[in-house]
Design a protein around this ligand. Structure first.
Ligand SMILES: Cc1cc2nc3c(=O)[nH]c(=O)nc-3n(C[C@H](O)[C@H](O)[C@H](O)COP(=O)(O)OP(=O)(O)OC[C@H]3O[C@@H](n4cnc5c(N)ncnc54)[C@H](O)[C@@H]3O)c2cc1C
Ligand SMILES: *[C@@H]1O[C@H](CO)[C@@H](O)[C@H](O)[C@H]1NC(C)=O
Ligand SMILES: *[C@@H]1O[C@H](CO)[C@@H](O)[C@H](O)[C@H]1NC(C)=O
Length: 444
């Protein structure tokens, strides 16, 4: 039995990253040594009613946490859980601004991809959350202060809470990141907001969900009913895939505004849109696309933002740690922001587990932060940058591809060149996390 007081861990943000951390740490049976509390701004934990793709790396972690069976039950018909023994389809790419599109590639990699509804993923994570981990809703973090008694979290509802290790999993607009970046600076509040403010990728997306039965009625062969599809054109591409056991199709229309990457978004970042707004954007595209843009339910338009690459994900004291979008939000073009958040969560939980096992007199929190930062910061920054690059592959914006996209067909050698670029960009999502984790734990 441990005699020293338990390490108080506060997780700010109960999104995919925060919940994955809580589940991952609970599986290590450390109740004797730690307490974990989650604080979220919302009145009820919820997810955007949209889809989320998983690749073998993220799935491996969910499996390791004991979630595979529950997730598998939610897969659309025809999708199998990713096992690396078999090459499967990641996604199919077509060039689509023409009455009959042309096939670019069937990107196949070991394991393949699976697609789920976000609400299902959240429900499953919550189901595996032990009751000992409390979720405090309506707690919007304002900022934190490091004191001798611990880190003091200040919430907008007036509450303050003390902890020994703070995990900022508070997403794109992270208040934790704002305070962390201000360390040692003489910034005013306005300057702090400006410095941590996300930047625009230059891309707007329209996202919505369609009823698969409606699509099947008018277009039984629509490819997006059964697999992850990418329909590409100049400055535009569409991602569509089935979810919720095949009852729904998740659709994301991505529109680039060239020259705008790295600017700030003025005005609201999410607005309502109409079917008319989007049908015009894809006039003349092939039939699959026409059906997808004419069967929309409540589309919304999002300005996609990213976090300016951070030099470190941890405070100087090592007692505050960022994970997920708070640390490295990027464009959704690799469909892996959630995957990276789950990785961060899993690595951090296991490093904490190692620290407790190695515990001499007290748990060495700064060392946890140092190792986490060493393995996650370079990795996630590079993958986040890679996501922004992918949009250029999909939209014929890469040098050597500028003349293609609309009107001009891709010659065979350009098709294979593009297919190769796509395969290289996502190859890392197949690599097992096992070796990376061993490497991280060996740093202890
Ligand atoms: C169009 C689109 C498609 C995408 N598709 C995919 C995909 O297919 N696969 C994939 O892996 N990823 C995808 N992503 C990325 C993925 O959604 C994010 O990377 C992921 O949700 C990040 O999880 P998170 O827990 O870090 O942050 P979030 O999910 O944003 O959670 C943050 C939580 O913190 C809370 N919070 C915020 N501020 C505060 C505060 N001040 N105090 C307290 N709580 C606070 C929020 O209420 C929220 O619950 C996509 C993103 C977009 C925009
Ligand atoms: C911050 O401001 C204080 C008071 O104005 C000053 O003494 C201090 O040197 C400043 N610190 C930095 C890092 O600029
Ligand atoms: C489709 O391609 C043509 C060139 O062939 C271009 O003029 C047009 O703007 C494109 N349409 C859309 C909706 O992207």
């Amino acid at each position: 039995m441990s005699t020293s007081p338990k390490l108080r861990i506060a997780v700010v943000g109960g999104g995919i990253g925060g919940l994955a951390f809580a589940v991952a740490i609970s599986k290590l049976n450390l109740e004797e040594f730690i307490t974990v509390d989650i604080y979220d701004a919302s009145t009820k934990l919820s997810q955007v009613g949209a889809g989320i793709a998983f690749f073998p790396r993220g799935w491996e972690i969910m499996k390791h946490m004991g979630l595979e069976e529950d997730l598998e039950a939610k897969l659309p018909p025809g999708q199998e859980k990713p096992t690396l023994d078999k090459e499967r389809l990641y996604y199919q790419t077509r060039k689509s601004n023409q009455s009959v599109g042309t096939h670019i590639s069937d990107l196949k990699l070991p394991g393949g991809s699976v697609t789920l509804h976000r609400a299902d993923v959240q429900t499953i994570l919550l189901k595996h959350l032990p009751t000992a981990i409390r979720c405090h809703l309506s707690h919007r973090l304002k900022g934190y202060v490091e004191t001798n008694e611990g880190i003091r979290l200040n919430f907008e509802n007036g509450r303050t809470v003390l902890c020994d290790l703070m995990i900022g999993a508070d997403g794109l607009h992270s208040a934790t990141r704002k305070t962390l970046l201000s360390e040692g600076k003489n910034w005013t509040e306005q300057e702090a907001i400006q410095q941590s403010r996300p930047l625009w990728t230059g891309v707007h997306v329209y996202r919505y969900v369609a009823d698969a039965a409606l699509i099947r009625q008018v277009c039984p062969e629509n490819r997006a009913l059964s697999k992850v599809m990418l329909y590409c054109g100049k400055n535009k591409h569409i991602v569509a895939f089935p979810m919720r056991q095949g009852e729904l199709v998740n659709i994301v229309l991505c529109i680039s505004n060239p020259g705008q990457e790295g600017t700030y978004v003025d005005g609201p970042t999410v607005t309502e849109a109409t079917q008319d707004d989007i049908a015009d954007l894809f006039e003349g595209w092939e039939e699959d696309v026409q059906v997808l843009v004419k069967n929309t339910l409540k589309p919304s338009r999002w300005a996609i933002q990213y976090v300016k690459p951070l030099d470190r994900y941890v405070s100087q004291s090592g007692r505050v740690i960022l994970l997920g979008d708070a640390a490295h939000a990027t464009g959704p073009f690799f469909a892996n922001g959630g995957g990276l958040a789950i990785e961060d969560a899993f690595f951090l939980a296991n490093i904490i587990g190692k620290a407790i096992k190695a515990q001499e007199s007290t748990i060495d929190v700064p060392k946890i932060a140092r190792i986490y930062n060493e393995v996650r910061q370079p990795f996630c920054n590079s993958k986040a940058a890679g996501s922004l690059e992918l949009v250029r592959h999909y939209q014929f914006l890469e040098p050597g591809f500028e003349e293609y996209g609309d009107g001009v067909d891709l010659p065979a050698e350009k098709v294979s060149e593009l297919a190769k670029l796509l395969a290289e960009s996502v190859a890392w999502t197949v690599d097992s996390v096992k070796l990376d984790l061993e490497r991280a734990l060996a740093l202890w």
